[in-house]
Write a protein that binds this ligand. Sequence first.
Ligand code: FES
Length: 162
Amino acid sequence: MASGTGSRQEQFQQLDSVINQWKDEQGGLLPIMQQAQDICGCLDEDVQQHISEKTGQPLATVYGISTFYSQFTLQPKGKYTVGMCMGTACYVRGGADVFAALQKMLDIEPGKTSEDGLFTLEAMRCIGCCGLAPAMMINDEVYGRLTPDDVSGIIDSYRKKG
Ligand code: FES
């Protein structure tokens, strides 16, 4: 998922051409919001407000769609997305304990981003490496056969990279 590029002003200019393309189409709000998330990195309050103003749709409608679909995120994602697999194989092999250790280490709830903007923590469905259970991904990198004790070393190595 794109994290958004350019200044907010540039993002909104880009978004406006998408809005102009779709705003008169029936059901056009959803593609506008999908592209808004790609352009801006998330659908935060300012983005929702902008979409509402430019499309003439009530803010409550825009907000409702933002929160209904799990593909939308209301706050910017961190540089690193830490996705702990909570699929069956990982769960029965102690995934929940590893997840708890991650929450403690990052000091954030699932779905949230750390204050320094580095990490977003997510619970995932099976990530396709059950032989490595319990497993997690940090962006595209897979870490398997994890124990709660492994977590701090891995997270620290990303903190050092910054
Ligand atoms: S259940 Fe975790 S990788 Fe499949």
